[in-house]
Design a protein around this ligand. Structure first.
Ligand SMILES: [Zn+2]
Length: 313
């Protein structure tokens, strides 16, 4: 575990500093801390820091999942062939927004950021995390390749105000309590830190059963009310939303197995509406029927809800 990462970590329950034990585990330094368990493993260099008393996730299952045998070569080949099809989704704003963030951060001398729920890597994120002078701490609830800390975004194991930027790209629909997750991301950001968030609106259920919410642009703005808005709008437009809805309409009569084949056919038929989104996503009507929204903001001091909250309702 790099020294810089160790300096950012804190107990997810009481936020006291962590200490490294002789056996290689991490533990909360507060004697009266009610966290369960009292020590957290470092698995293949990645700390797995979950308070099982307040999180539904279990450390043992996270570790076991990461140690499951990889699919056979033939299965991977079949999967690659199945996935060699046009995508019907397209993000028209992420790359531009991440480049803008990287430029703003570079102008301030660089910094370290949190990528919450990084998964296998969000669209366009490389323009931010690969920029010179910027370092990212990738967190996810799964111990995936590229993850630096396994953590629950409802109780982040980081000290207050340590990050210069944070990214929550397409994760807030997957958390049980978006307000709590947003509060945690805000807590670990420095005052003035940059925040980038994306959420879906017109999209079918994905990642079931862990898909709980959809957000209008106004609801998304309300969630991040502790931030001054620098930019916001549709990142996936009505073209993509139309293709997703059409695919759902055309495939919904079929049972599960056949539906996957029908979806495959639809992906070949509906590859094109997304290319209208470069134009439609910025139009007033297109914004209201968007597939997803983004918000780029700057953390306000505590107690300051901004001056544009009421005006934008
Ligand atoms: Zn503690």
């Amino acid at each position: 575990m790099p020294a810089e990462l160790a300096g950012l970590l804190a107990c997810p329950r009481c936020r006291a500093p962590l200490r490294l034990l002789d056996g290689g585990d991490l533990a909360c330094s507060a004697a009266a801390c009610p966290s369960v368990p009292r020590r957290w493993p470092i698995v293949r260099g990645v700390p797995v820091i979950l308070d099982e008393a307040s999180s539904p996730f279990r450390i043992a299952s996270r570790v076991a999942e990461s140690e499951a045998p990889k699919p056979s070569r033939w299965r991977r080949l079949a999967s690659a062939l199945f996935n060699a099809k046009p995508r019907i989704s397209r993000n028209v704003a992420a790359a531009r927004n991440f480049r803008r963030m990287a430029e703003m951060l570079a102008a301030g001398g660089g910094g370290v950021g949190l990528v919450a729920g990084c998964g296998a890597g969000g669209q366009g994120i490389r323009y931010l995390t690969g920029a010179p002078g910027l370092r990212a701490v990738n967190t996810d609830i799964r111990l995936l390749e590229g993850v630096h800390v396994v953590a629950d975004v409802h109780m982040l194991p980081f000290r207050d105000a340590v990050f210069d930027f944070a990214v929550a790209q397409a994760i807030l629909e997957h958390v049980t309590d978006p307000w709590k997750a947003v509060g945690e991301i805000r807590r670990v950001l420095k005052p003035g830190g940059l925040l980038y968030s994306e959420v879906p609106l017109l999209q079918p259920v994905h990642g079931a059963p862990a898909d709980f919410w959809r957000f209008t642009p106004y609801g998304h703005r309300l969630l991040w009310s502790g931030f001054a808005e620098l930019a916001g709008g549709a990142c996936c437009g009505p073209g993509m939303a139309f293709a997703l809805a059409a695919r759902g309409f055309l495939t919904s009569p079929f049972p599960r197995g056949i539906r996957r084949v029908a979806e495959y056919v639809c992906d070949w038929l509906l590859w094109w509406p997304k290319y209208l989104d470069g134009w439609l996503a910025g139009s007033p009507g297109g914004t209201e029927s968007a597939g997803a929204y983004y918000f780029l903001g700057r953390k306000l001091p505590d107690g300051d809800e901004g001056d544009d909250g009421e005006a934008s309702m």
